[in-house]
Write a protein that binds this ligand. Sequence first.
Ligand SMILES: [Zn+2]
Length: 172
Amino acid sequence: MALRQYALTASPVNACLPEAPRHPWLVRKNCAHCHQLFLPRHNPQQNYCSQRTCQNKRKYLWRKRKHADDPDYRINKQSTNKKWQRQHTDYWRKYRASHPEYEKRNRQQQRLRDQKHIQGVCKSDASHLAKCDASPPKNNIKSGVYRISPVASGGLAKSDALLVEISYMTTS
Ligand SMILES: [Zn+2]
């Protein structure tokens, strides 16, 4: 009778205690991507929960690290990509045709990259200064229409002259 009483009083207390883990790795961890608590199910080193976005992030980082560290992986990946491109020559043309917003965004980003490249070249390399600096060179030639005549060996102008227009390029 005394034993039964003990069991009845002990039962509610035990119900509140956390269940002991069956395996040492059954301990909740914070996901390295979404930071939510999860229970590693596959191995104790599991750092990402099973959500698709978190698994995609894990795979992306693995591929990135592998690509940087493993030359064999890099070569294999390049040849696989080239083979796929040979077999799907019109993939990107079709993709761009069916995704106009993708093409528009690409064009905008390329324009930004081009601008940054030009600005970077102008800042970093003084030899490109003439190309980047569109201010007129210091000489006496002014914009306008000119007649160009081929000069014969004696210094006399031939009759077949051309009319050309010369104008300075400005950025404004
Ligand atoms: Zn996660």
